[in-house]
Design a protein. Structure first.
Lengths: 232, 86, 165
């Protein structure tokens, strides 16, 4: 009964083999490309329509696009402060990418964020941004002196605190989305046919939509907070 | 895989599970911080970004014991130092 | 057959141990419900309804560690990966036990997130206009409190599904 229960990462496109270990494009790569393709097409579509945008929006599409951009700038400004408005151009697309990849569970794809590689890569970008902007705004000595605050004996604890950020960021997103994927896979394989009519939608509502949107919001807001507190 | 190694590895699996129980502490502590953070935002909304920043800083420090538990569990699971000495 | 029995026996114990994590959300959501009732009492006309909404939202988030424990327990009961996985029986049986123990960590986030939901409901009860700011802070704090529950889930899934030893 549990033979067809699989939520693991398969490798549809095998490229080459190195002493018994196959390398190639896994389902995560394929789904990531799908998500990025969708976002790029949306971007190109907006650019095509950009010509006939007017200062007073008359088409619903323009209102939607402006809502998206303004909403995200307001969100960035409220989290990082007025002077960091430019970060919304970076964190907006990241927000959309994570949101869309969390929601791919609805259309039957395996979410790319249910793979530690994706989430760890995303949290590493935050980690290196924190270091870069910290050093840029406070100077090399100034920023790393903070690891000895308030009393030098706390240095190892501060270092672990700093290193634990990318770990907790990536594991939080990964764990939640993987948990949701496992539950849905279990539900679909185990339940008899009549239970598959109404109830999965409720489960999807909780895991894919509620948890997906919440985790996206948490990941981006935490990243912004870490970067802006490094720049303080 | 003679009995000695099997016994050590079996108990390592149980040990890894027991190590994760440390997660209770940060769970409660960070929850407390979140509650007080929400309360503080309720009292002074204009200080929200400072409240959130302090809450996260404290939560990150509270995270460390959870990370210790995770590290010990991961060591027991992946880089088991005990099995070599059997 | 003897080998099989050990794995299934300890899986049963593991599933039981995993569900101990239910203590967490129980206490936490109870606290949140109490605070929401208190807020309803203090400010029934304006503060009651938003406080209840925030309490329910916070309680839903506090539920996640209970759901993860349920997932691990159901995996062990219905779709036990250890049975079909090759390996030394003693290790597989102990892995089931370890996975059960790991999920006990869900007690922490359950209590913590429940406390956060309660305090947020109380704050919204006092000043309903600030609901969005309070809820945002609550959700952020709750998600941070969830991390150790996620670590436990990952270690448990590792023990169940991955051929480690």
């Amino acid at each position: 009964m549990d033979s067809n229960l699989d939520f693991g990462i398969k490798m549809p496109i095998k490229l080459f083999e190195v002493d018994g270990q196959w390398f190639g494009f896994t389902t995560t790569h394929v789904n990531t490309v799908i998500v990025i393709l969708a976002l790029t097409l949306f971007g190109l579509f907006v650019r095509a329509k950009l010509k006939n945008f007017k200062t007073i929006p008359d088409t619903k599409f323009q209102v939607f696009v402006e809502l998206l951009v303004d909403g995200f700038e307001a969100f960035t400004m409220s989290t990082m402060g007025e002077k960091n408005k430019k970060f919304s151009m970076f964190y907006g697309p990241i927000f959309l990418f994570i949101l869309l990849s969390n929601l791919t569970g609805l259309v039957g794809l395996r979410p790319p964020t249910a793979d530690i590689a994706t989430t760890f890569a995303l949290s590493l970008t935050t980690f290196f941004m924190v270091q870069m902007y910290g050093v840029r705004s406070k100077g090399f000595g100034g920023y790393y002196k903070e690891l000895f605050e308030p009393v030098p004996v706390l240095f190892p604890l501060n270092v672990i605190g700093e290193l634990s950020n990318p770990v907790s960021l990536s594991f939080r997103l990964f764990g939640n989305i993987l948990g949701g994927t496992i539950i849905m896979a279990l539900y679909y394989t185990m339940m008899p046919w009549f239970a598959l009519i109404g109830i999965p939608s409720v489960l999807h509502l909780y895991f894919d939509i509620f948890a997906g949107v919440l985790q996206t919001f948490i990941f981006v807001m935490l990243s912004m907070t870490f970067v802006s507190s490094a720049m303080e | 895989m003679e009995d000695g190694r099997a016994l050590v590895l079996a108990c390592s699996a149980i040990g890894a599970g027991l190590a994760m129980i440390a997660g209770i502490g940060p769970g409660i502590g960070q929850g407390y911080a979140a509650g007080k953070g929400a309360e503080a935002v309720g009292r002074q909304p204009e200080a929200q970004s400072d409240v959130v920043r302090t809450m996260l800083l404290g939560a990150a420090v509270a995270e460390t014991t959870g990370i210790y538990g995770l590290i010990v569990a991961i060591i027991l699971l992946f880089a088991n130092p005990l099995v070599g000495q059997v | 057959m003897e080998q099989h029995a050990w794995i299934l026996a300890l899986s049963a114990i593991g599933a039981g141990l995993a569900m101990i994590a239910g203590i967490g959300p129980g206490i936490g959501q109870g606290f949140a419900a109490g605070k929401a009732a208190e807020a309803m009492g203090k400010n029934p006309k304006y503060g009651g309804r938003p406080a209840t909404v925030v309490m329910l939202l916070g309680a839903a988030v506090a539920e996640t560690s209970g759901i993860f424990s349920l997932v691990v327990a159901i995996i062990m009961l219905f779709a036990n990966p250890l049975v079909s996985r090759g390996g030394v029986t003693a290790i597989l049986a102990a892995s089931a036990l370890g996975a059960g123990f790991a999920m006990i960590a869900g007690i922490g986030p359950g209590i913590g997130q429940g406390y956060a939901a309660g305090k947020a409901a109380e704050a919204v009860g006092k000043r309903p206009k600030l609901q969005s700011a309070i809820v945002r802070t609550m959700l952020l704090g709750q998600a941070v409190a969830q991390t150790t529950g996620i670590y436990a889930l990952i270690v448990a899934l590792l023990l169940l599904f991955v051929n480690l030893f």
